[in-house]
Ligand binder design. Structure first.
Ligand code: GLU
Length: 450
């Protein structure tokens, strides 16, 4: 049996670190198993779904390297959903309900007051044809619920192990709203069966849905006379560094926002693939290596902590090892050559910092010279050779200065660095000195902006 998985976002917003983790796990599992990775646009909610969000999701996934092999859009399959729901209605699996949301609210409040779980009481199942007709005459339109078996549903979850959910503790799910709109549940099951999805990998917030969906799957397989209930893997959800849920902050954790902030795709995939697993979080620039090491067995059930600082650190670590050919297309337009990149990459947090270092080389730079260092940097300026600088020039200059003054170590090097680059930290001065060149170096050591 060949593996087929899907990532099924609703194009009603941008993807963020929370939901892209499901995409990554699906992708890694598919690649590891030599299977198929489908991207499915769950756009049944036509009022909230947009093409722009759908395109944005594709852009973000492509940027992360999570390329899909197949694509499907639910809004193109309403005909299939209609056929299935007619059959479900005929067979009594879908039954019409006429309660308004206020009425349902009241029922739930009463149940709670009596200490009962707020499970739908199935009152609609006992409506006579006359009562239904009376509601229709009032202008009420039914919403449709799926009749659950009210028995335990069990599955062996690839992450959570044996799971059992008693569907008598769950309300019969509404599959079709009164305006005729399909909620995600039924189309998702129909698609999973029709597209031959073998494994459903998604967040643990879907565990209860899975119980109801297993029942729907069984009915659909009977209708189709073929198909299989997929296997399930429910991963834990991300929490913030403070241990609190991320849901309220996800707006600021979009993949697009991270890309714009200079986070590398590989930093995101390295972190999300390893969070909450028994593997250490470390730079894994190549997705193929994440594929190689992927296993559900390594995934824990505890919530995984997402820390923006950890992502930033990982981002820097990845850039520090990135060869020029991997970033040249994003750097060459700004004149950052291979030599500059190799010199400065150990001092960047994002790629933009390389452009900033190029600006330090090119100038103008406002030198930073403390009063007590002015005489020292002035004598350094006099020692800058007239000839073009070489890799040895810096060593020669600092050796001569050491000889001529009683300075050494930080007292010798820091005033030079501050004067030449305007900053207390940065790349190897031997190369920076040569790249800055004699003329600008002399001027900066004299305190001139150059
Ligand atoms: N569209 C659903 C969601 O975004 C898909 C969940 C699933 O993977 O089945 O929650």
């Amino acid at each position: 049996m060949s593996v087929k998985v899907r990532f099924a976002p609703s194009p009603t917003g941008k993807i963020h670190v929370g939901n892209v983790r499901a995409a990554l796990l699906n992708f890694l599992f598919a690649r590891k198993e030599g299977g198929t990775f489908m991207l499915r646009s769950d756009d049944t909610d036509q009022a909230r779904s947009t093409k722009a969000f759908e395109d944005g999701i594709q852009t973000d996934l492509g940027w992360l390297g999570l390329t899909h092999d197949e694509f499907a859009r639910q809004s193109e399959r309403f005909g299939d959903y209609d056929k299935v729901s007619e059959w479900l209605k005929d067979k009594g699996f879908l039954y019409p309900c006429y309660e308004t949301s206020d009425e349902l609210d009241r029922k739930r409040k009463l149940q709670r007051a009596r200490g009962l779980p707020p499970v739908y009481d199935r009152a609609a199942l006992t409506l006579s044809d006359g009562e239904k007709a009376a509601f229709e005459a009032e202008g009420r339109k039914p919403h449709w619920r799926f009749k659950l078996s009210q028995t335990p549903v069990q599955w062996n979850d690839l992450i959570r192990g044996d799971v059992s959910v008693d569907t008598s503790a769950v309300s019969d799910p509404v599959l079709i709203r009164e305006d005729g709109m399909y909620l995600y549940t039924l189309p998702s099951c129909i698609d999973d069966v029709d597209f031959g999805i073998t494994h459903v990998i998604r967040g643990e917030d879907h565990v209860t849905n899975t119980a109801t969906q297993v029942e729907i799957f069984r009915v659909l397989i009977e209708l189709r006379g073929a198909g299989q209930v997929p296997q399930f893997a429910h991963h834990s959800l991300l929490v913030g560094a403070d241990g609190q849920g991320l849901s309220k902050r996800l707006g600021s954790l979009s993949i697009e926002g991270m890309r714009e902030a200079g986070i590398e795709a590989a930093a995101i995939t390295s972190l999300l693939a390893r969070l909450g697993t028994s593997d250490p979080v470390q730079p894994v620039p190549d997705l193929a290596d994440l594929v190689e090491g992927f296993s559900f067995d390594k995934m824990g059930r505890a919530p995984a902590r997402f820390d923006m600082d950890e992502l930033a650190t990982l981002n820097a670590k990845i850039l520090h090892e990135t060869p020029y050919e991997k970033v040249s297309d994003r750097l060459s337009a700004d004149g950052v050559t291979e030599e500059i990149w190799t010199t400065v990459r150990g001092n960047v947090e994002t790629l933009k910092d390389a452009v900033a270092w190029k600006a330090v080389i090119d100038g103008p730079v406002e030198p930073v010279i403390a009063d007590e260092d002015r005489a020292f940097t002035t004598s350094a300026a006099a020692l800058v050779p007239d000839a073009p600088l070489t890799d040895e020039s810096w060593g020669a200059l600092t050796a001569a200065l050491k000889e001529a003054t009683d300075r050494k170590g930080k007292g010798l090097f820091m005033p030079l660095r501050l004067a030449l680059t305007g900053q207390p930290h940065g790349p190897d001065m031997a190369v920076m000195f040569r790249l800055i060149g004699a003329q600008k170096a002399r001027a900066r050591l004299l305190g001139e902006t150059a």
